[in-house]
Design a protein. Structure first.
Length: 300
């Protein structure tokens, strides 16, 4: 049914804001509107979505940060507590009286890059997010790779290691309940945590990267350890999946020098190296979530 709609109302939802817009079958985004995300009250959350949805009761599609169990539809969503533990698509359909399609935001980013971005025509796409934390999605022959528990693409939840630098990592509890996941050190907050540990000084990720690019030796040590952790973990995933391209989104992807350095690190540690870059910095943000949600809904 959705494939025939000239326009589809799509949402990109995070812990702080809801972004909604109409997306055409050709990927044109129009009528963007925003609202604050109600995090602790499900009724208010539904009211916010209803106010931003078409009045005629037509279907909507949502990209959201959270792990969605494919068999039960239950979502784990730490950023929006009122949603966590719910069979969200089903609950929203009942509350809003319309069809609701749901996709993880990293999967939406991967789909958007595969259909409209720099990963078009690539058979295996590993899209990664380097934001506050890290995440990812996998698209094979145009379809998102899914597991029953919704954990596919979550490459950040494995043990972090420093094989090349040999740096002794502090013991840090991850939000998933395990210690020293790659996610703990791989995102922007992880870079800041490493810098605090190495230099005994606090700096933002932007400040650290600026100092690194200016030749600061301590910032250089921080980034080198970060590359060791993230590059080693990512090289293992690349060896396993064999992607021909890896689009990178999230805040850290805004630093071209960092992405180039990470590409070199991955290339030096994967089984088969290549002459051309594997990673590229992709445009990220809510537009990618909107596009991915539209592609998902029209294909479901």
């Amino acid at each position: 049914m959705n494939a025939k709609l000239p326009l589809l109302r799509c949402f990109d939802i995070g812990g702080s804001k809801i972004v909604a817009a109409d997306v055409s079958a050709h990927g044109r985004i129009t009528g963007i509107v925003r609202d604050v995300t109600p995090r602790s009250d499900f009724s208010k959350f539904c009211s916010a979505l209803n106010a931003l949805s078409p009045a005629d009761g037509t279907a909507i599609s949502i990209s959201i940060a959270g792990v969605i169990h494919q068999d039960t539809g239950v979502i784990t969503c730490a950023n929006i507590p009122c949603l966590s533990g719910r069979a969200l698509a089903t609950d929203l359909q009942k509350a809003l009286g319309r069809r609701v399609t749901l996709i993880n935001d990293a999967d939406a980013f991967a789909l958007a890059q595969s259909v409209y971005g720099g990963a078009q025509s690539h058979p295996v796409v590993l899209a990664i997010i380097l934001g506050t934390g890290i995440g990812g999605g996998v698209v094979i022959d145009g379809r998102v790779l899914k597991s029953p528990d919704g954990g596919t693409g979550e490459w950040g939840h494995g043990p972090a290691s420093t094989v090349r630098t040999g740096y002794s990592l502090p013991a840090v509890l991850c939000n998933c309940g395990q210690h020293n996941c790659v996610d703990v050190f791989g995102g922007a907050r992880g870079l800041e945590r490493l810098h605090q540990q190495i230099t005994s000084t606090h700096a933002s990720s932007i400040e650290i990267l600026k100092a690194w690019q200016a030749g600061d030796s301590l910032a250089g040590q921080t980034v080198d350890v970060w590359l060791d952790i993230v590059g080693g973990a990512l090289a293992s995933v690349v060896n396993l999946l064999g992607p021909s391209v890896v689009p990178v989104g999230g805040g850290l992807a805004g630093n071209d020098s960092l992405i180039s350095a990470l590409d070199r690190e991955v290339n030096s540690r994967r089984l088969v190296s290549r002459a051309s870059p594997l990673l590229y910095a992709a445009v990220s943000g809510p537009e990618q979530g909107l596009l991915g949600a539209a592609v998902h809904a029209r294909g479901s």
